[in-house]
Design a protein. Structure first.
Length: 150
C-alpha cells in the first residue's frame, strides 16, 4: 500500500502544471567610440609670397562627439619661418575670427561640448621680406594642429 501511495503521489507531482515566469529584463548597451575628426584644404607645403603681408593658408573642418577636448596649434619654430644657416621670418597666426595669435607658445582652445562640423579659415600675417632686410634663402616652419580628448 505504501508503494502504491508513493506511485500515485509521484504521478501527481509529475502531472502538475508548471507556470512560466511573466517578466524578463535585459540591459541594452551601445558603446560609441570617441570621434575627433579634422579635414583640411591646406596643401602639404604652402608657398608664402614674401612681397605681400599676409597669406591665406586654407581651412580646417573639425567635428567631435566628445564632451571635453582640445584643439592645439603648434609651430615648430615658435611662430617664425627659419632659414637654414640662420635668420628668421616672424608671423602671426589667424584661426577663424581670432587674429594676431602669437605662436611662440601653442595656441590651445578647450572645448566643453561635442561640436558639429565647423570650418575655420587659417591665415598668417607678416611684414615683407624687404622691410625686414631678410637674406636670400628658404624660410620654413611647420604648423601642426592636434585634436585630443581631456
Amino acid at each position: 500500500m505504501k508503494k502504491g501511495f508513493m506511485l500515485v503521489l509521484a504521478v501527481l507531482f509529475i502531472g502538475l502544471p508548471v507556470f512560466a515566469g511573466t517578466t524578463i529584463s535585459t540591459t541594452l548597451q551601445a558603446v560609441v567610440g570617441a570621434d575627433l575628426n579634422i579635414t583640411t584644404t591646406i596643401p602639404g607645403t604652402k608657398a608664402v609670397d614674401p612681397t605681400l603681408t599676409s597669406a591665406a593658408l586654407g581651412s580646417v573642418t573639425i567635428s567631435s562627439n566628445v564632451a571635453s577636448w582640445t584643439i592645439t596649434v603648434h609651430s615648430a619654430n615658435g611662430g617664425k619661418m627659419v632659414r637654414a644657416g640662420g635668420g628668421d621670418y616672424p608671423y602671426t597666426f589667424t584661426w577663424g575670427a581670432t587674429t594676431g595669435i602669437d605662436l611662440s607658445t601653442d595656441y590651445v582652445q578647450t572645448k566643453t561640448a561635442p561640436q558639429a562640423a565647423t570650418t575655420y579659415n587659417l591665415a598668417i600675417a607678416y611684414q615683407t621680406a624687404a622691410s625686414l632686410g631678410l637674406s636670400a634663402g628658404t624660410y620654413e616652419d611647420t604648423l601642426t594642429i592636434t585634436l585630443a580628448t581631456l
